[in-house]
Design a protein. Structure first.
Length: 267
């Protein structure tokens, strides 16, 4: 507040000087009116090319859509999953207007118990207010450059980095759907750009209920449901998948890990 008052009095003093000057000397004024700074936009659009479930194409309406801003589209909706179930999803991102960094963030995670049945009790589930399914769900994401929905390390397709842990070999030990860096200053991946070769970024995701193993030589992804315990019966896991874009210009050090969407209730 003090600072504002001081600068206000400085303006008054300068104005007085100018007034004094115009009385004594020839002068002229040119005015440039209507100057405008218009804020550029960062507009991210998302396509979806469909999904597979246990190796079959999912023919359910709504798994594929053309490039758009998301409203109520879902990447994953499965009502009756079982241990060992697996699937894929492949989407693409487009940055309209301006180059953008991009992240895939998972928020509003919720583990619901629904009823706690006998099998769950026998498996040691004594938390009626919290489900256990999320710890058994794994998702692997990669840059699906050729947009064929399969992971092709031979063609130099790269895994997306899990935030804070670039060690890809540890992927199969993560027990929940983690945030992924699509392109930030640390990922070694070019930002999305409306022009040039990076205009579209294809992303593949493979999910598994159980232990997911990814072979980074062959690209084979397998899912073993044998470790899924009965404590997850009838439980459900829901989450919002947020595709976040932020300007590149004047923002060279952007990191997906610094983006906070807030999800304080999940542990
Ligand atoms: Ca349950
Ligand atoms: Ca529980
Ligand atoms: Ca591919
Ligand atoms: Ca449970």
């Amino acid at each position: 507040m003090k600072k504002i008052i001081i600068s206000g009095s400085m303006v008054v003093a300068i104005a007085a000087l100018v007034t004094g000057a115009t009385i004594a000397f020839f002068n002229d004024t040119e005015t440039s009116t209507g100057n405008v700074f218009t804020a550029g936009s960062i507009d991210l659009k998302v396509d979806s090319f469909g999904a597979t479930y246990n190796g079959q194409d999912v023919e359910v309406q709504g798994t594929a859509w053309t490039s758009r801003n998301l409203t109520n589209q879902k990447f994953f909706t499965f009502e009756d999953i079982k241990p060992g179930d697996y699937g894929t999803r492949h989407i693409s991102l487009h940055a309209d207007d301006n180059p953008a960094w991009a992240c895939l963030l998972v928020t509003n995670k919720e583990d619901d118990e629904h009823d706690l049945n006998d099998a769950e009790g026998d498996a040691g589930d004594d938390t009626e207010d919290k489900g256990e399914l999320s710890k058994y769900i794994h998702v692997f994401g990669w840059q699906d450059d050729d947009s064929d929905g399969t992971y092709d390390p031979d063609d130099d397709e790269k895994p997306l980095k899990i935030q804070g842990d670039p060690d890809f070999d540890l992927l199969s030990f993560f027990d929940v759907f983690y945030d992924l860096d699509i392109a930030d200053s640390q990922s070694g991946t070019d930002p999305l750009s409306p022009t040039g070769p990076a205009a579209t970024r294809n992303i593949g995701m493979a999910w598994c209920v159980g232990t997911q193993t990814v072979n980074h030589d062959t690209g084979a992804i397998s899912c073993d449901g044998s470790g899924v315990q009965d404590d997850a019966q009838t439980d459900s896991f829901s989450a919002d998948v947020v595709l976040y874009a932020e300007q590149v210009r004047n923002n060279p050090n952007f990191k997906c890990a610094d983006v906070e969407l807030g999800d304080p209730d999940f542990d």
